[in-house]
Design a protein around this ligand. Structure first.
Ligand code: CS2
Length: 478
C-alpha cells in the first residue's frame, strides 16, 4: 500500500471524506503547542470543517514540545492524516489537511518562536497536559522551584517548557510589532486559560518584565472546555485504519463519534469560523468546564484505578463488569453530581447516562493505564472540589483509596511527573500510615485543602486494608 500524501489522495477509498478546500493557497493562522492525538482528533477537525465551510487562512503549524515522533509520522505525509470515529453502529473516516507544518521545539526552536511572532498568526492553542503548566503545589502559580522552570528562567532564550516558549514567542511578537493574539488552553484544567495566563504573567515578570503592559493589552486567554475520548493508537489499529483508508497512515488517530468544544467569547483577534463547525462560543464557560471535569474526567480516573486493581485493561471492560459499573454509576450520582453547580436548563442525569454509554464504547480500547498516567496532577483537578467541602464522600474516598493503593502497594508502573517521589514512597520501609500524607500531598490533598482531612485519611487506611485482603471488588461493593 502507498502512504497517505497530497499526491496519493486519489487512492483513498471512496467511503473516506477528503479535504474540500484549496489547501495549496492556504496560509497558517494558528500555532498549536502539543501535537498529540487529542489535538489531531479535536481542534484540528473543527478547524478543518471551518476551512471547508468558510475558508480563511487558518492553516495550523503544529509544534511538538519534546519528541520528533509526530513530525516523523506527519511530515512525510505532507501533514495529512486520517481520523476515524467509531462505535458499535459503525465508523467514519476523514482525511484532515489543516495541519500544514510540524515543528519539533527542541530542534527547531527559532522557527517556533518566529511562528508565534508572525503577524498572520492570530491564535495559539495548547494541549500540553496538566503537567505542562508547571504549577506549584497550590495548583495556581508558577512552580519556580521546578527544575524545568528554573532552567528556562536561567536561559530565557533557550526555553524548553511550553510556558517559556510561549513567553519568548510573545516577546518576539511584541518586538516585531506582531499585534494582538488569542491564546487558548485546551487541557483538562479548571479555568484552563486563566491558569495559563497566570503562569505566563509570572514567568514574564521574571524573564521580560518590559512585556507586561503589552501582554495585558494584546493577549486574550479564553477558557475552553474540550471533550472527545481519543485513546492512544495501537499498531493493530493503525494497520486496520490504513486498510480502510486504502493507504498506510503513520499519523492515524481513532476516536469516538462524540465531540464537543466550548470556548469563552473572549478573543483579541480574528478566528476561524469555528461556530459553523459546531464550536459553541459562550459568555460563561465555568459551569461547562466544572461539569465535564467533575463528572467525565473524575469518573474516568476512578474507572482507571479501579480497573487496574481489578486486572482489567480497558474502560469498556470495566463498564462490562457489573460490580464496577454499578460503583461508577453510584459514584457519579451520589458523590460527584451533588458537588456540581449546574445551570437550570442542564440535564445532569441525561449527561451522566450519555457518559456511561460513551465509556462503554467497545471500539475504543481506551486503556486504564493511559488514563492512570499523571495521576498526581489529574486527580487534584478532578476530585479535589468534590472532596474539599463535604465530609469525605464514601465512593470518591474509595476511588482515592484505589489510587493510593496503586501508588503504594502494587508494582504497577507509575507514569507521573512526580514518579520519582512516588516510587521512593512505594519502596520506603516505613508503615503505610506514615507514608500516606506524603502520597496525598503530591496530589494537593492535605489538611489545608480538605475540610475533614483526618477523617478522610482514616477511611483511606481502612480501605487499603480491605483492598489488600479482599481486593478492589470487595471495597467497591462494601
Ligand atoms: C482522560 C481524558 O486520559 C484521561 O485522563 O480522562 O483524556 C478524557 O478522555 C478526555 O478529557 C475526554 O474529553
Amino acid at each position: 500500500m502507498n502512504r497517505l500524501h497530497p499526491d496519493t489522495l486519489d487512492q483513498v477509498k471512496e467511503d473516506a471524506q477528503l479535504p474540500t478546500y484549496d489547501r495549496q493557497n492556504l496560509r497558517p493562522g494558528i500555532v498549536h503547542l502539543g501535537l498529540g492525538a487529542f489535538h489531531r482528533a479535536h481542534q484540528a477537525v473543527y478547524t478543518e470543517r471551518a476551512l471547508a465551510n468558510s475558508g480563511g487562512n487558518w492553516g495550523i503549524i503544529g509544534v511538538s514540545l519534546r519528541s520528533s515522533a509526530v513530525s516523523d509520522q506527519l511530515s512525510p505525509q505532507g501533514g495529512l492524516y486520517s481520523v476515524m470515529s467509531e462505535d458499535a453502529s459503525g465508523q467514519q473516516l476523514q482525511v484532515i489537511a489543516a495541519i500544514q507544518k510540524v515543528l519539533v521545539a527542541p530542534r527547531e526552536l527559532e522557527q517556533v518562536i518566529a511562528a508565534i511572532a508572525n503577524p498572520d498568526i492570530k491564535i495559539i492553542s495548547l494541549t500540553i497536559t496538566e503537567k505542562g503548566y508547571c504549577l506549584a503545589p497550590n495548583g495556581w502559580s508558577l512552580d519556580r522551584e521546578s527544575e524545568s522552570v528554573r532552567a528556562d528562567l536561567a536561559n530565557v532564550r533557550q526555553p524548553a517548557t511550553a510556558v517559556g516558549i510561549l513567553a519568548l514567542g510573545l516577546k518576539e511578537r511584541h518586538d516585531a510589532g506582531g499585534g494582538p493574539i488569542t491564546v487558548i488552553s485546551c487541557d483538562n484544567l479548571s479555568q484552563n486559560s486563566k491558569v495559563l495566563r497566570s503562569v505566563i504573567i509570572q514567568y514574564v515578570e521574571s524573564a521580560f518584565p518590559e512585556l507586561l503592559l503589552w501582554l495585558g493589552d494584546n493577549v486574550a486567554y479564553p477558557c475552553s472546555m474540550v471533550d472527545r475520548i481519543v485513546p492512544a493508537m495501537t499498531e493493530h489499529q493503525r494497520r486496520r485504519q490504513g486498510e480502510l483508508l486504502g493507504l498506510t497512515d503513520d499519523g492515524a488517530v481513532s476516536t469516538e463519534p462524540f465531540s464537543q468544544w466550548i470556548v469563552e467569547n473572549k478573543f483579541s483577534a480574528a478566528r476561524p469560523d469555528w461556530e459553523s463547525a459546531g464550536v459553541q462560543v459562550v459568555e460563561n464557560i465555568g459551569p461547562y468546564e466544572d461539569i465535564k471535569l467533575g463528572l467525565l474526567n473524575a469518573s474516568h480516573s476512578a474507572i482507571a484505578y479501579c480497573g487496574l486493581l481489578a486486572g482489567l485493561e480497558t474502560v469498556d471492560q470495566v463498564m462490562s463488569d457489573s460490580g464496577l459499573r454499578g460503583f461508577i454509576e453510584e459514584l457519579m450520582t451520589q458523590d460527584l453530581m451533588p458537588a456540581l453547580d449546574v445551570p437550570p436548563d442542564f440535564d445532569l442525569p441525561a449527561y451522566r447516562d450519555e457518559l456511561l454509554d460513551r465509556f462503554s464504547n467497545p471500539c475504543l480500547g481506551h486503556r486504564c493505564e493511559q488514563i492512570a498516567m499523571d495521576g498526581s496532577e489529574k486527580i487534584s483537578q478532578r476530585w479535589l472540589s468534590a472532596l474539599r467541602n463535604t465530609a469525605p464522600t464514601q465512593r470518591l474516598t474509595r476511588a482515592l483509596s484505589a489510587w493510593t493503593y496503586f501508588i503504594l502497594l502494587t508494582d504497577l508502573p507509575i507514569d507521573d511527573p512526580r514518579a520519582e517521589q512516588l516510587l521512593s514512597l512505594r519502596n520506603s520501609k516505613s508503615r503505610t500510615a506514615a507514608r500516606l500524607d506524603n502520597v496525598l500531598a503530591t496530589a494537593r490533598m492535605s489538611p489545608e485543602t480538605i475540610g475533614d482531612y483526618s477523617a478522610l485519611r482514616k477511611v483511606i487506611l481502612k480501605n487499603l486494608k480491605v483492598i489488600k485482603s479482599d481486593g478492589i471488588r470487595a471495597l467497591v461493593a462494601s
